[in-house]
Design a protein around this ligand. Sequence first.
Ligand code: G4P
Length: 283
Amino acid sequence: MVLQWYPGHMNKAKNQVQERLKVVDIVLEIVDARLPYSSRNPILEQIINQKKHIIILNKADLADPKLTNDWILNYKQEGTASIESDAKHNKLAKLNSLIRSELADKIDKYERNGVKNYQIKAMCVGIPNVGKSTILNKMVGKNVAVTGNKPGVTKNQNWLKTNYGIDLLDTPGILWPKITDPKVGMKLALSGAIKDKIYPPDDVAIFALNFLQTNYLDRIMSVYDLDKSDVNNHTTAELLMNLTKKFGYKEDYDRAARRVIMDVRNLKFGRITFDIPGEFYEE
Ligand code: G4P
């Protein structure tokens, strides 16, 4: 396992988040809508409840819409507001309204005390690659570098002005996903959230084929033109070997594995969500 998440790093990141929590009204936790469980950071889950908190299910354009709704309901039942977002293609107007409604009591209190146009202070957090920079840029209206994405960059607290009457605190240092569960690692690899070289492609492709057979059987059968015997009478490893031949790649299983992974990422099987609400995870 190459992804490292040492106790030292963990404490440093935790301190940085806690320092920033003191000065913001609300935390915008960005997750990948395809991985609403696996793309969360364990530290944030522990300490974020001290603050108002919105989960942004970003990259919703890539996720299964039904499961995105299920996740939103699931978070609601847990008492956390959430919203879907496609920051790459759309504006974030609904996010602005949600932030205001979550902070309505606080804003009212300030207004009753004569403070007009209370400037909301928010912070965007999330593991790398979920779309923090994209969201920040949309909110600020221009390109800004997210210092938290770069290891070793000094973390001064920089405030960014947005067009919505919200000040955004630059994100803290790198926050890694939880990688204690191998299934989580596979899902992160399959989605492209972590570098391809971390896991062997055949492991990721076998995980993908297995996941598709279990959750999206019709789609995999139609995309790869499979019949029932192809999926029922073979192990997933055998299925990958058979697909290698079918693709015309002779015995180049890695090439076939990489193709399966890219087919998932390029929506060949349609919009897919890898985390199912209520799925049991052993940590
Ligand atoms: P980060 O700061 O959290 O590390 O993530 P960043 O914004 O850099 O986004 C990582 C990648 O995800 C980028 O793609 C970005 O365009 C893409 N992305 C962000 N939000 C969305 C979204 O809502 N939907 C989709 N489909 N993609 C999104 P990239 O390939 O690295 O860069 P680019 O070629 O798109 O510029």
